[in-house]
Design a protein around this ligand. Structure first.
Ligand code: AVJ
Length: 328
């Protein structure tokens, strides 16, 4: 079945500006510690740069998770069962998604993503690989409950959230997202979710500051996107990419550090930064077995199984929507 063109749920003004992007950037740049949410990395160029990151020797996450999904596929499929509609939060990778879909014989595939063009391209590629599988791409911000297409409303659901993307969120936001997923997927749903593990600091820092400088380009692309979409004049050359380990929060942070005193404008507003000040662009939280299970439980999901790769760098969890209850 051909993929449908997707529902468009992103709000834009008359000149095509994404309103949520503009307000996130203007608010974020007005704070004492300037910050822009990491989800805005993924325009078409950013999505492509991220695909390049997954090929880097230092970036172990994708390889480790792919190893789990392929070497443990029989066990994973056994616990999931056949005939579920797979709802992927994010438009899917060309490697992990096919691995999962060929293991479990799903009834439909529904990728949700805010980057519409990338979503439609990857959905078409996937539909071509799985003739007969209904594919229903939805362009949406999945931080809120998403109305799924009518065709899949009555099917049992499996949410798929690989890549440790949940690690981009601080605990409160991650909890809200897990609860939104539960609302989107409904009673009886399962969730297969990847969560990167706490490990040696040097290994973590290298994964987010690779020798080839691809991660630096990925980080700086956010400024290019702001300039292009929000009428900005941020001088990209005045910023340096930096990865930091924040031990108190068990997370890698990415920053764009001003190399000199600078001033610039975005969407008609003026901003100034001193040399050494940064724009905080990403958190990538790392989990232990306990912190992962606690987060899932807080989000309304009961862990059912946990798999790690051979080197124990990464973990994949299968969790079940917790029944609504009022007593311990
Ligand atoms: C896609 C969010 C999992 O945090 O590792 C990669 C994004 N940032 N390199 C991550 C990312 C820098 C990635 N996630």
């Amino acid at each position: 079945m051909p993929s449908n063109p997707g529902l468009r749920l992103v709000e834009r003004d008359a000149s095509g500006v994404d309103l949520a992007f503009r307000s996130d950037v203007l608010l974020g740049l007005s704070q004492i510690q300037k910050a822009v949410p990491a989800r805005w990395f993924y325009d078409d160029a950013g999505s492509r740069l991220f695909e390049d990151i997954t090929q880097l020797p230092e970036y172990y996450l994708t390889r480790a998770e792919t190893e789990i999904l392929s070497s443990r596929s029989a066990e994973i499929a056994d616990l999931i069962g056949r005939g579920r509609a797979v709802v992927e939060f994010g438009s899917g990778s060309s490697v992990k998604t096919p691995l999962l879909l060929s293991a479990i014989a799903p009834s439909a595939y529904v990728p949700l993503d805010i980057a519409g063009d990338f979503l439609r391209a990857s959905s078409a590629a996937l539909a071509a690989k799985f003739p007969g599988l209904p594919v229903h791409p939805v362009e949406a911000d999945f931080m809120r409950r998403v109305e799924l297409p009518g065709d899949v409303a009555d099917l049992p659901k499996l949410g798929f959230f690989p890549g440790s993307t949940i690690g981009n969120m601080i605990a409160g936001t991650a909890t809200d997202l897990l609860r939104s997923m539960r609302a989107t997927l409904g009673e009886g749903a399962l969730l297969l979710i990847g969560m990167d593990q706490v490990k040696d600091e040097g290994v973590l820092l290298a994964a987010y500051d690779d020798a080839e400088g691809v991660t630096a380009q990925f980080n700086l692309n956010l400024l290019a996107r702001i300039n292009r979409e929000l009428e900005g004049d941020i001088p990209l050359a005045a910023f340096a990419h930096e990865a930091r380990w924040n031990d108190a929060f068990a997370r890698i942070e990415m920053h764009l550090v001003a190399r000199e005193d600078i001033a610039f404008s975005v969407g008609g507003a003026r901003f100034a930064m001193h040399a050494g000040e940064s724009i905080h662009t990403e958190n990538s939280h790392k989990f232990t077995k306990r912190s992962a299970q606690l987060l899932l439980a807080a989000g309304g999901w009961e862990p059912r199984a946990r798999w790690t790769d051979e080197a124990r760098q990464f973990a994949v969890y299968l969790a079940e929507a917790a029944p609504v209850r009022s007593a311990p």
